[in-house]
Ligand binder design. Structure first.
Ligand code: 3HC
Length: 285
């Protein structure tokens, strides 16, 4: 099956980034969220990102306009049904995903492939919520999607080779490097990255160093492009917490306990850049 149209569900940071890179590769993209204002915010994030690329002379203005021309926004799930590949990037909770996949079953042709951008949930379990576990796969992008080169392609227990190969071709076409992963909590990258980030929150909570010194330590001592506390603010503290919670419950190992400071910040609604406050403070538009 040749993919020409891609539906993206969820117009948040990840969904809008995914829609952008797919459209840049020439796919027709339709991006759906539950309210007009969320769709508009996602489209605006794409415009801003493309403008930035034009300013940096990575893209000419006409190309940026052509990319925007390939992206349509909608609040109607049925508008997504014509896509051959649907990439879901909604909230990291099982129940809304289950409901969504069941709605998709009644709208989409059985040939349609469903991919989840989940960072913490089991692809095998999410696939079981659909009636097409062989046509279900994980496509885990990294933030900021237009910049980061990696996509983890995750095989659930029943993902077919055909499905894997089709999405691998899409990943190649959008110019990303796809790595093949067998379903396991946190896949490969988050399994390694997120406990390190959680440890940075412990270091701050225990007063080992200031937030700036912890971040500078990892930037200057390990050549990370950004410190772990700043990176958590960029990713979203609730995402880090949900990944740690899933490790803790899946592996039953106390080494994965989420840092209490991280929990407190999430409870306070201090989720990072998107709320203007996390480990640092930000101006929000
Ligand atoms: N769209 C387009 N271009 C963008 C962009 C966006 N949204 N964000 C940044 N860029 C470009 C900039 O234009 C700039 O281009 P240039 O090199 O040609 O000048 C380049 O990226 C670097 O950006 P800046 O100069 O503004 O800022 P930095 O040098 O600080 O880089 C960064 C920003 C690339 C985000 C860098 O800080 C970085 O690599 N951080 C680490 C990111 C990371 O680890 N991501 C993975 C998170 S884990 C994850 O997502 C998984 C999830 O499940 C938790």
């Amino acid at each position: 099956m040749k993919i020409t149209r891609i539906g993206v569900i969820g117009a948040g940071i990840m969904g809008s980034g995914i829609a952008q890179v797919c459209a840049q590769a020439g796919y027709e993209v339709i991006i759906r969220d539950i309210e007009e204002r969320f769709v508009e915010k996602g489209l605006q994030a794409i415009r801003d990102s493309l403008d930035r690329m034009v300013e940096k002379e990575k893209l000419v203005r006409e190309e940026a306009e052509a990319v925007m021309g390939r992206i349509k926004g909608t609040i109607k799930l049925e508008d997504i049904a014509q896509s051959e590949l649907i990439i879901e990037a909604v909230i990291e909770k099982k129940e809304p995903k289950r409901t969504l996949y069941q709605e998709l079953e009644s709208l989409c042709d059985p040939k349609v492939i469903i991919a989840s951008n989940t960072s913490s949930l089991s692809i095998t379990e999410l696939a079981s919520f659909s009636n097409r576990p062989n046509k279900f796969v994980g496509l885990h992008f990294f933030n900021p999607v237009p910049v980061m080169e990696l996509v983890e392609i995750i095989r659930g227990l029943e993902t077919s080779d055909e499905t894997f190969n089709i999405v691998k071709e899409v990943v190649d076409n959008i110019g990303k490097v796809g790595i093949e992963i067998n379903d396991s909590p946190g896949f490969a990258v988050n399994r390694i990255l997120v406990p390190m980030l959680n440890e940075a929150a412990f270091a701050l909570m225990e007063g080992i160093a200031s937030r700036e010194d912890i971040d500078n330590g990892m930037k200057l001592g390990c050549n990370h492009p950004i410190g772990p506390l700043a990176l958590m603010d960029m990713i979203g503290l609730e995402t880090i917490l949900s990944v740690m919670e899933s490790f803790y419950s899946e592996f039953g190992d106390p080494k994965y306990r989420p840092c209490p400071l991280l929990k407190q910040k999430v409870r306070a609604g201090h989720l990072g850049r998107k709320t203007g406050k996390g480990f640092y403070e930000y101006d929000i538009k």
